[in-house]
Design a protein around this ligand. Structure first.
Ligand code: SF4
Ligand code: F3S
Length: 114
């Protein structure tokens, strides 16, 4: 099993989740984080840290979010590890109110200076 970051993280990227992860399982993309399934030990510590409730146990991922299971596994192999919280994007709170934003997912890695 693993935990999975879903659509709500896109363009929010608050990174509160990162600080509590005991295995450094989070990976950073340009506008979202994902979890490396091979590193996640299912401790669930990250779940309550996310202000937008983006993180679910794999078996509890909502039915309209299941593509993010494979998306996390694939992107985690391309993106670098993130181990410390960093400032959220300036417009993160605006994007927190947007439900349908999967078309905004940027599959590139983090930009320099982020
Ligand atoms: Fe890290 Fe635990 Fe969250 Fe897995 S469930 S990503 S090990 S904090
Ligand atoms: Fe994303 Fe929530 Fe972490 S918005 S970066 S999963 S705290």
């Amino acid at each position: 099993m693993t935990f999975v970051v879903t659509e709500a993280c896109i363009k929010c990227k608050y990174t509160d989740c990162v600080d509590v992860c005991p295995t450094d399982a989070f990976r950073e993309g340009a506008n979202m984080l994902v979890i490396e399934p091979d590193d996640c030990i299912d401790c669930a510590l990250c779940v309550p840290e996310c202000p937008v409730n983006a993180i679910f146990a794999e078996e509890d991922v909502p039915s309209d979010q299941t593509t993010f299971v494979a998306e996390n596994a694939a992107l985690a192999r391309q993106w670098p590890t993130i181990t410390r919280k960093k400032p959220a994007p300036a417009d993160a709170d605006d994007w927190a109110r947007v439900q349908d934003k999967r078309d905004q997912l940027d599959r590139r890695g983090p930009r320099e200076g982020d």
